[in-house]
Design a protein around this ligand. Structure first.
Ligand SMILES: [Zn+2]
Ligand SMILES: [Zn+2]
Length: 258
């Protein structure tokens, strides 16, 4: 089945191979919750909102996180819990510098064990090879073999990561990134880097793991005017096509009535 016009305008959707249909979440009241979050951002200008000013971590202040023309994507997911109460989850798309968990925000999809045990050491090894390469003359035999070694390290790490990322959906099914990613028949058969690091998958995965039913979602950009693209602070954006849509079909599966 092809996507209908309403699928195109829903903020969050993806084609599910199992049901052969497109699952989606509407905006609901999420934009209003997002506007409250923006007001909080304007006021406190940092992400560790649950601690008082004098305990704030300078690394989580907007001045350090988003200097110059930098900005970032944020998301809110409006949910219902088992008792019918509204729960609003918030997420930031993944930050640099190893910032993963901040109290009051949904956790990353990649577990701490996987990150600190495999992904971080693997990334550091690749970075070491890159630094070493920069210090060698480009055409020496040493440089060629180091370049091949770095490529192998990257490919190995990426293959591991595709198994280490685990997604859960609203049917209680659990799949690795490799198995959850729905390739388009006409599309490239490679999975892009960064899948699972945007707000929508983090929010939905957390909701599914905690028996929360999503009823509305909003993702917005915040920070400086993005010089490299057309994103504007405070504007809302749909789930991204390359990294999110191919896994959202699986992630949203089992979510009835939306
Ligand atoms: Zn995305
Ligand atoms: Zn489905």
């Amino acid at each position: 089945m092809t996507a209908t016009r309403s699928d195109q305008t829903a903020p969050c959707f993806g084609y599910c191979r199992d049901c052969r249909t497109t699952h989606r979440v509407p905006s609901g009241e999420a934009p209003a919750h997002a506007h409250s979050l923006m007001r909080e951002f304007e006021e406190i200008r940092r992400l560790d909102y649950r601690v008082p000013d004098d305990q704030a971590d300078p690394k989580l202040g907007f001045d350090q996180l988003f200097p110059g023309d930098r900005g970032h994507m944020f998301g809110v997911l409006e949910c219902r819990d088992d008792h019918g109460s509204t729960v609003v989850l918030r997420a930031f798309s993944s930050l640099r510098g190893g910032i993963r968990d901040i109290d009051g925000w949904v956790p990353p999809i990649l577990s701490a064990d996987s990150y600190y045990g495999i992904v971080l050491p693997g990334t550091e090894e690749i970075q070491r090879a890159t630094r070493e390469l920069e210090s060698l003359a480009a055409k020496t035999p040493n440089a060629s073999s180091l370049r091949r070694e770095r490529t192998r390290l990257s490919q190995d790490l990426w293959r591991d990561m595709q198994s280490l990322y685990r997604f859960e959906n609203f049917r209680g099914e659990n799949r690795s990134l490799k198995d959850a990613f729905a390739h388009r028949p006409e599309g490239k058969q490679t999975i892009p880097a960064g899948v699972g690091e945007c707000c929508a998958p983090k929010l939905l995965n957390h909701a599914a793991r905690n028996a929360l039913t999503p009823i509305g979602i909003a993702e917005f950009y915040w920070g400086a005017v993005d010089s490299s693209s057309t994103r504007k602070p405070g504007d809302f954006y749909s789930c991204c096509e390359s990294r999110c849509q191919p896994i959202l079909g699986f992630l949203l599966c089992g979510l009835n009535g939306v």
